[in-house]
Write a protein that binds this ligand. Structure first.
Ligand SMILES: *[C@@H]1O[C@H](CO)[C@@H](O)[C@H](O)[C@H]1NC(C)=O
Ligand SMILES: *[C@@H]1O[C@H](CO)[C@@H](O)[C@H](O)[C@H]1NC(C)=O
Ligand SMILES: *[C@@H]1O[C@H](CO)[C@@H](O)[C@H](O)[C@H]1NC(C)=O
Ligand SMILES: *[C@@H]1O[C@H](CO)[C@@H](O)[C@H](O)[C@H]1NC(C)=O
Length: 397
């Protein structure tokens, strides 16, 4: 794999063209239309119906609640980057983001069993670091996450539970961010230590020698030893002993380790992000479509996961910036180019003007037959990718 990367890096790198849909007026129009239809009491869009493409709505304690409010903050950022072009103007996106976040505040108190750790509150603090509501929310989320840390295992667990079967998903690499933000607010360095320990344990147990990842590792909470490595939302076929590599988990992992490098500058995290990214990029088939699981046989046709693709785009752009900070411009260009080509291919496949979501072809949970939908975080990372590319000077609005 290493020599493959070296060979590819030596090729001249023409930048893929950025898909024009990224800044289509439909982006603002659809997000605004969704923002105007909150049911009372408030519910949040998560994924769409497969045929109409209309959003399905869930209570605020459901996983992924935070992504729609965070999308509104992302539209506010776009307004600052792009001005009033493409229907982005004339809307107080920040106010909408704040209004939509308030419905999430009650879940601060019940977060123990939930997964979502307050992405919109982190966005609010980037704009107004003094907002006490957001500061409190982040502190409570971080404390709840820290409570799920077990020093014997060296990880935070998925669910708040006394069960000795201690389960950890690769997705949780994404939640470590809240610990760093809370460390800044409180000055409590234990939160950072927990994030580092979780990342190191995950590095040791979730990642296979080829850079692919297990979705779930089970530990014995009393001894800390690994009792099982398994999939949850990925493909696996025990008869053929085929392991799974759930593509969204792989994408969360790349982002998580690139972010750990951003937060700590520890070279081991950069190396790990590269290994996971290398697996992702070199396992996309020639049609450019990111499958929901890299290890599912290609025949019969396997569904895509557009959300894995857009998360990976953001992860690779972050990794590219990390390479730049160590002066590795060849590596930086390589990840940038990979991000752009994934983005172009997924836009060609999944852009759906007639749906309420921006993209189709999301696979929320295939074993539960939840596929071929729009997904709220797929759209969120699509919009964010456009903003990142603009901020990096790789596109205009
Ligand atoms: C502070 O943040 C919260 C949560 O993000 C938001 O609901 C509220 O409107 C914000 N307050 C102000 C004064 O901006
Ligand atoms: C720091 O955070 C940890 C984890 O939440 C907590 O156990 C500890 O009491 C905190 N320390 C202080 C001084 O607040
Ligand atoms: C993409 O979504 C469309 C519309 O739902 C569907 O017809 C098509 O088969 C999907 N393609 C893949 C590769 O999942
Ligand atoms: C630059 O980045 C590429 C891709 O991540 C990596 O293979 C290479 O080892 C890096 N070079 C240096 C000098 O760090």
């Amino acid at each position: 794999m290493c020599s493959l990367i070296v060979a590819v890096l030596a090729l001249p790198l023409a930048l893929a063209t950025v898909a024009s849909e990224l800044f289509s007026p439909l982006v603002a129009r659809k997000v605004l239309a969704t923002a105007k239809m909150p049911p009372i009491p408030i519910q949040y869009p998560q994924y769409t119906d497969t045929t109409t493409g209309n959003w399905l709505w869930f209570n605020s304690d459901a996983w992924a609640t935070g992504f729609f409010p965070a999308t509104l903050y992302e539209m506010h950022r776009r307004q600052k980057l792009c001005g009033h072009k493409h229907g982005v103007g004339g809307v107080d996106w920040l106010k909408l983001g704040r209004t939509w976040s308030t419905g999430e505040i009650p879940s601060e108190r019940t977060i123990g069993a939930s997964h979502d750790v307050g992405f919109p509150f982190i966005e609010e603090l980037k704009i107004n670091p003094r907002n006490e509501t957001a500061r409190t929310a982040v502190k409570i989320f971080a404390t709840a996450l820290a409570k799920r840390f077990n020093a014997m295992v060296g990880c935070t667990r998925n669910e708040d539970s006394p069960d000795p079967n201690f389960q950890v998903s690769i997705d949780y690499m994404m939640d470590l961010e809240v610990l760093f933000v809370a460390e800044k607010i409180t000055g409590n360095h234990t939160l950072r230590d927990i994030a580092i320990k979780h990342a190191d344990t995950t590095m040791a147990n979730h990642i296979r020698p080829d850079g692919s990842t297990w979705h779930v590792i089970e530990y014995d909470s009393n001894t800390g030893s690994v009792t099982k490595k398994r999939t949850a939302q990925g493909f696996s076929d025990d008869r053929h002993r085929i392991s799974d590599t759930w593509s969204r988990g792989q994408a969360w992992g790349i982002y998580g380790y690139a972010n750990m490098h951003l937060r700590t500058n520890f070279p081991r995290y950069l190396k790990t992000a590269r290994r996971l990214a290398t697996y992702f990029v070199f396992n996309i088939p020639s049609d450019g479509i990111v499958p929901w699981d890299f290890n599912v046989p290609a025949i019969p046709a396997r569904p895509a996961d557009s959300s894995a693709a857009t998360i990976a785009v953001n992860a690779l752009l972050l990794l590219s910036q990390r390479e730049s900070t160590i002066g590795n411009s060849t590596g930086a260009r390589f990840w940038q180019k990979s991000a752009l080509s994934i983005l172009r291919d997924i836009t060609n496949l999944a852009w759906r003007p007639e749906w309420e979501s921006l993209l189709s072809n999301g696979t929320m949970h295939l074993p539960a037959n939840n596929k071929l939908t729009g997904i709220v975080y797929g759209d969120h990372y699509f919009i964010r990718a456009g903003n990142e590319l603009k901020e990096l000077g790789l596109t205009s609005c």
